[in-house]
Write a protein that binds this ligand. Structure first.
Ligand code: ADP
Length: 291
């Protein structure tokens, strides 16, 4: 019997994640592959003697829907083929690492200044003044790690920017030029590095267009320039599956972020595309047909 695992985070209870697992389970069942969803924390991952060990059910591959990079790396050390791979997840999880990895590849990104590493609650008005002069207001303040818009904020002026700095200075975060009118972006899902679905997300009540923050999605046909950004970013980051977010203004498009673990229920509905089936086909081809 062909078997696959889905690794999920044990402590993240979410209906979209549950639906994602079920959709993938059905898509694989249609191909004769049994899928077992397991919490990463229950895999018994450990260093034992000189090796990484795990208590793994039999599997030909693992769809890693957790973001625990250590666990992903350890599973790969145990010889498990992961979708997405550990390095791709690591690069996407940290928004600054993503931009650094994609720099120099012909992909325009919003002007971004990383906060310096701080060991104590220091002040640095000179850093903030310089960053404010470079990026203007309003300025976007983001935690390096975060999703569903939860770590993304807007500072309208220098005073607000200072307040965010005080809140976040001991955590990796960044300052970014505000692009467009706010509350609008394009989400493209790639599978196997190729565009599979796209939707325009609009949120009239918040500058963050995330569906989880009240945004709604509608099907769009991406332009050639947007397809280039999505496919080039997915290729460089070696993502089997990706959610690529693109911001636009009158001068063109900017890559906003790349998600290795994007939920696909919203875009599947908006674009009328069976993303689970496309992803299952991609994985099946790689594992069982050696493609
Ligand atoms: P998350 O991973 O939490 O979704 P994002 O970086 O994608 O974080 O930001 C969430 C949303 O906030 C984006 O989808 C977009 O609508 C808005 N946003 C993020 N960065 C900018 C920016 N530089 N300018 C304008 N809007 C932005």
């Amino acid at each position: 019997m062909k078997k696959g695992l889905i690794a999920i985070n044990k402590y993240f209870k979410n209906a979209a994640l549950f639906n994602q697992c079920e959709a993938l389970r059905r898509a694989f069942a249609a191909r004769g592959v049994e899928i077992n969803a397991v919490p990463t924390a229950d895999l018994g991952l450990r260093i034992e003697g000189e090796s990484v060990r795990a208590d793994l059910p039999p599997c030909d591959f693992c769809i890693f829907l957790d973001k625990d990079v250590n666990a992903a790396l350890m599973l790969e050390k145990c010889g498990v083929k992961l979708f997405n791979g550990a390095e791709a997840i690591r690069l996407c999880d940290d928004k600054m690492l993503t931009f650094i990895a994609l720099s120099g590849a012909g992909i325009r990104m919003p002007e971004t200044v990383p906060a310096p590493l701080m060991y104590a609650e220091n002040d640095d008005a000179a850093f903030l003044d310089k960053t404010a002069a470079r990026l203007g207001f309003p300025v976007v303040v983001k935690k390096a790690y975060g999703s569903m818009g939860a770590g993304v904020f807007l500072a309208e002026n220098r005073e607000k920017m200072g307040e965010y700095f005080e809140k976040f200075r001991l955590f990796p975060h960044l300052y970014q030029k505000f692009i467009g009118r706010g509350g609008e972006d394009l989400r493209i899902v790639t599978v196997g590095g190729k565009v599979a679905a796209a939707m325009r997300r609009v949120n009239r009540g918040d500058f963050r267009s995330n569906i989880e923050r009240g945004g709604t999605g509608e099907r769009v046909l991406p332009t050639a320039a947007q397809i280039f950004i999505a496919e080039r970013a997915s290729g460089i980051l070696k993502l089997d599956y990706a959610g690529v977010d693109i911001l636009s203004d009158e001068t063109g498009d900017y890559l906003c972020e790349v998600n290795s673990n994007a939920f696909f229920g919203g875009i599947a509905r908006a674009a009328g595309i069976d993303v689970a089936d496309a992803y299952a086909e991609e994985i099946y081809g790689k594992i069982y047909r050696g493609m």
